[in-house]
Design a protein around this ligand. Structure first.
Ligand SMILES: Cc1cc2nc3c(=O)[nH]c(=O)nc-3n(C[C@H](O)[C@H](O)[C@H](O)COP(=O)(O)OP(=O)(O)OC[C@H]3O[C@@H](n4cnc5c(N)ncnc54)[C@H](O)[C@@H]3O)c2cc1C
Length: 372
């Protein structure tokens, strides 16, 4: 039977779930606090094979491919120890059965919005849902799904008031750069530079555009602090020329500073008619590389289980059971990698060379768990 579903938040999880649920004939409304489509959580997204699986199921693969890059390797350089390692994305893709694509966040969001619109989802912008408004939604809808992100989810406040975002002691400055014709970007490789408590990652879209994230340990958060390009230039002045070039070519308006938080694993994702998905349920650090991919997996699983379970209690319980183990593993991986980069002296970090075929297969198998 068709359901009336309210979704709070038009991010990756909210839009993807809305589209899949509307395609099944349900009536879906999204309430989004922003006045228009958009997002500032990350300048771009690496869509690993598990995300491409879901986007294919949503019928969005062609649109995604058109706006994406397809790098073939990911290279990590440890600037202090000189160790270099490589991950073959071609090998990972073959093993997983789906490709890895890179896309600017604004392009991903535009495609997800168009998909939701086409599926008949109603999106209500400028609607910040607080606990009072949430009670009204509960009266009007069969289910209220909280896809309202990591920092201040209203649904999470209701379901698990003790769960608060945890600051993990590092800051990210993210941005987009465009190359001049003289210095084309390396469109074939994601470049990941690790220093002592510092990191600079460059993800190409094509030979003329990339997104990047600079990160470093910061014990104290400074509210409203926005780091500038000249401060970044100063901090990374002795880093490889690729880093300096990307900073010189950065789009000023794309710059964004984030003091990075995640969540401790939550034991309950639902209460009554309300449930959280995506970052609101299991935010992982960007060092996991899987935040948006897991938001997409949530959407796919919830839509799938809706067709199999007749009661709300069983549906929500089964969804949490299905998703908990994998998302907790990803939250922990994100923390483990952040600890190694930002909070371990470089000479004490475990050496990491190139990824072997066996570990590449294991990585692909883990990311595809439950999907194929
Ligand atoms: C610095 C940084 C870089 C990142 N880079 C990457 C990356 O490269 N790759 C990757 O896969 N992941 C990355 N992530 C993680 C990724 O951004 C998230 O995991 C992903 O966006 C989660 O999607 P979501 O829909 O759950 O939440 P969000 O994308 O945060 O969407 C939540 C939506 O809810 C809305 N909202 C919030 N509260 C309310 C309210 N009360 N009422 C109405 N609307 C509300 C917000 O405006 C927003 O539109 C990064 C995260 C950070 C912090």
């Amino acid at each position: 039977m068709s359901k009336r579903i309210a979704i709070v938040g038009a991010g990756v999880a909210g839009l993807a779930f809305a589209t899949l649920a509307a395609k099944q004939g349900n009536q879906v409304d999204i309430f989004e606090r922003r006045s228009q489509a958009g997002s500032d959580l990350g300048a771009g997204v690496t869509l690993w094979p598990n995300a491409i699986f879901v986007l294919t199921q949503m019928g969005l693969l062609k649109a995604i491919q058109k706006a994406s890059g397809e790098p073939m390797t990911m290279t990590r350089y440890d600037l202090t120890t000189g160790v270099q390692g490589e991950l073959s994305l071609r090998g990972l893709n073959q093993s997983a059965g789906f490709n890895t694509l890179t896309i600017l966040r604004r392009d991903l969001m535009a495609i997800l919005f168009a998909g939701a619109d086409q599926a008949g989802v109603q999106i209500h912008f400028g609607e910040a849902i607080n606990l009072d408004k949430l009670s009204e939604l509960e009266n009007q809808y069969d289910w209220v799904i909280g896809a309202d992100g990591r920092m201040s989810s209203t649904l999470r406040k209701k379901i698990s008031p003790v769960s608060q975002p945890v600051y993990q002691g590092f800051v990210n400055v993210i941005g987009i750069s465009h190359s001049s014709p003289i210095r084309p970007l390396n469109s074939q490789s994601i470049q990941d530079y690790w220093g002592d408590g510092e990191r600079f990652g460059i993800v190409p879209i094509d030979a003329s555009a990339c997104f990047w994230a600079a990160g470093w340990a910061e014990v104290e958060k400074q509210p409203n602090r926005m780091f500038t390009l000249s401060e970044l230039g100063e901090r990374f002045r002795e880093w490889p020329s690729e880093v300096l070039t990307v900073l010189q070519q950065a789009e000023q308006s794309s710059l964004h500073t984030v003091y990075v938080h995640d969540l401790d694993p939550m034991t309950s994702w639902y209460r009554g008619k309300c449930m959280v998905i995506g970052d609101a349920a299991h935010a992982a650090l960007p060092t996991s590389g899987q935040g948006a991919c897991q938001a997409l997996e949530d959407a796919w699983w919830l839509a799938k289980l809706m067709q199999e379970e007749a009661t709300t209690d069983r549906l929500f319980a089964r969804f949490q059971q299905q998703r908990l183990e994998k998302t907790v593993a990803i939250q922990m991986t994100g923390r483990h990698i952040a600890q190694a980069i930002f909070h371990t002296p470089a000479n004490q970090r475990p050496a990491q060379g190139s990824v072997t075929e066996a570990s590449l297969d294991a990585m692909a198998a883990f990311w595809m768990t439950g999907l194929v």
